[in-house]
Design a protein around this ligand. Structure first.
Ligand code: BG6
Length: 494
């Protein structure tokens, strides 16, 4: 285990520093860590990009992106301190010469910190192998043990490529140096799920097939693919969101309590869940998975183009931007309970949540009253935009009649004066501190691919048709065919 603390000096190299992820998530999160005084005193960043920039041009770019992203949290003094830690390195990922220049920069006396280097691969998955090989060729993957490499998802594009990527990583890095990131695990509500389940005696006895009818996990986005066609058109929603973020949520919702709360114990339990997911047979893919693509439509009063009209997308692309899937976990706790997972771009609202629907009461005691069939209870764990928990229960309406209404017990975790943390703040700090608890072990990745592999294979054979949905809707109605029972439907509202 790498022993580190926040005053452990390090160099942090960002591959893909001008890309979408770095711009939207990494750089603002690192700057907020600077604001919170959580970056090591001696720490430098090297931003690698293809643009013909020097340090001055990079600094101007960084300053304006921080201003735009941090908005009212933008503090000029903090940002200057943060920007002052950067150097810019221009180069091509496949060009080994660039890595020699990187090596020279890391060795500059000014840094004095090259003994510990974090390489953050914020790049297209297809570029991972080239970077890893070039780090090795230029001697930068040595010494083993001190350097770390952070790999973004999706880890591979199917099970075989994930295994190949893992083998390649292991040729040059030890497992303890590898951080496979899935930023959903850094979200507060996701971590809170563990606390909610395992710190409340009230909840745990209900968390099983005897009481729960089904579980829905939704990650809905209003945004489109934002100039990421190059990556997204090959990946699609299943690889981009479901195989990783949604599967991780599923494991946290469904896992057994670990014996202790350490990285491996937790991950052992998550793997057990993935291994218990009933494999989807070739012939039942259609009953278990549904894909679709957004057509033109309107979101928040603004007309938006169809997926196929997005810059860089193949004109007749059938890449899915929406996916819904149903899984069963064949273990003692969950046998027979469907887990419905759904994600999509250009949907009506941006919202991620886990919705748990309980069974109907065993006896319809109120049948002879004016009450309709009593609707079931729900627990909603909202991840974003609000991070809160909501429990729906029935109460009697005041008055002479026997009528009920549903009330929501709302709990917002955060107090008004507590700032929301971005998942990347948590995870980047963990990388700097060498804590791998919230990172993914390879067997998790492998089992998650195994679960979705039959879907990928079947879709790869059906290349000429995809359902569409108007941008700004909740996706196609056909996705409802996954439901096991007539009284099940997608839960869109909090
Ligand atoms: C990323 C996906 O991993 O997660 C993006 O590549 C997606 O396509 C994003 O937009 C969603 O993250 P969040 O935190 O905004 O829900």
């Amino acid at each position: 285990m790498i022993e580190k603390s926040t005053d452990f000096p390090c160099s942090f190299v960002i591959f893909g520093a001008t890309g979408n992820l770095a711009t939207k998530k990494l750089l603002p999160a690192l700057c907020r860590l600077e604001e919170a005084g959580r970056l090591p005193e001696v720490m430098r960043f090297i931003a690698i990009g293809r643009r013909e920039w020097d340090d001055v041009a990079w600094s101007a770019h960084l300053q304006s992106l921080l201003q735009e992203r941090l908005q009212d949290r933008f503090d000029p003094e903090v940002c200057q301190r943060f920007i002052g830690r950067f150097s810019y390195l221009r180069g091509e990922l496949h060009d080994v010469e660039m890595y020699h220049r990187l090596g020279a920069m890391l060795a500059e006396p000014r840094s004095g910190v090259c003994s510990n280097v974090i390489f953050y691969l914020s790049i297209k998955p297809t570029d991972f192998p080239s970077v890893i090989k070039n780090l090795d060729k230029s001697g930068l993957s040595k010494p083993r043990g001190l350097h770390q490499v952070v790999v973004e998802k999706p880890f591979g594009e199917d099970i075989e490529s994930a295994q190949a990527l893992n083998r390649l990583l292991h040729e040059h890095f030890d497992e303890q140096q590898i951080f496979r990131i899935d930023h959903y695990l850094g979200k507060d509500t996701v971590q809170n799920l563990l606390v909610f389940r395992f710190a409340n005696t009230l909840i745990e006895p209900l968390w099983n097939r005897n009481f729960i009818d089904h579980i829905q996990i939704t990650a809905a986005e209003t945004m489109g693919i934002e100039n990421r066609a190059d990556y997204y058109d090959k990946a699609g929603a299943l690889r981009d969101m479901l195989q990783n973020h949604l599967m991780q949520l599923l494991t946290v919702v469904a896992m057994e309590p670990p014996p202790v709360l350490d990285a491996d114990a937790l991950r052992d339990e998550k793997v057990k869940v993935l291994r218990s997911i009933r494999p989807i047979g070739k012939r039942s893919v259609h009953a278990h998975a549904f894909r679709a693509q957004y057509a033109a439509g309107s979101i928040n009063g603004q007309n938006v183009a169809s997926y196929q009209a997005e810059p860089g997308v193949e004109p007749k692309s059938i890449t899915e931007t929406f996916v819904a899937a149903k899984f069963y976990i064949d273990n003692w706790r969950w046998r027979g309970v469907p887990f419905y997972l759904r994600t999509g771009k250009r949907l009506k609202e941006g919202k991620s949540m886990v919705a748990i629907r309980f069974r109907h009461p065993p006896q319809q005691l109120f049948r002879s009253t004016p009450l309709d069939v009593v609707s079931p209870n729900w627990i909603i764990l909202s991840i974003q935009p609000e991070d809160c928990m909501r429990m729906e229960v029935h109460v009697k309406q005041p008055g002479l009649e026997m009528n009920t209404r549903v009330i929501s017990l709302n709990a917002t975790y955060r107090k008004e004066d507590e700032k929301a943390l971005d998942a990347y703040e948590t995870l980047l700090l963990d990388v700097i501190n060498g804590d791998r608890t919230l990172f993914i072990r390879f067997d998790e990745v492998e089992w998650a691919w195994r679960v979705v592999d039959p879907i990928l294979k079947s879709w790869a054979m059906e290349r000429d048709f995809i359902h569409t949905y108007p941008a700004g809707s909740w996706g196609p109605l056909e996705a409802n065919r996954l439901f096991d029972a007539e009284d099940q439907e997608w839960r869109n509202a909090l």
